[in-house]
Write a protein that binds this ligand. Structure first.
Ligand code: ZN
Length: 73
């Protein structure tokens, strides 16, 4: 495990207003993802379906598919 390299929170960036929210990491979040885009904050939530996109510390996209990131442990 490289648990020491990641924080226990993930930063959500609202695509509408740009608000950044540190939120506790979910089990379903890729371990090396530090930023989550595509999820609107409470103020901007329009009830639509948002597709989450994960990014690592280099700004590279990270697959949110557990079967994909499980291969890179
Ligand atoms: Zn917002």
């Amino acid at each position: 495990m490289t648990r020491d390299l990641v924080t226990d929170t993930i930063t959500i960036i609202c695509p509408s207003c740009g608000t950044k929210l540190d939120t506790p990491r979910c089990e379903t979040d890729p371990p090396n993802a530090v930023t989550l885009r595509g999820i609107r904050c409470g103020d901007c939530d329009n009830g639509g379906f948002d597709l989450p996109e994960f990014f690592d510390t280099n700004g590279e996209p990270v697959s949110g598919d557990p079967e994909t990131f499980a291969e890179h442990k």
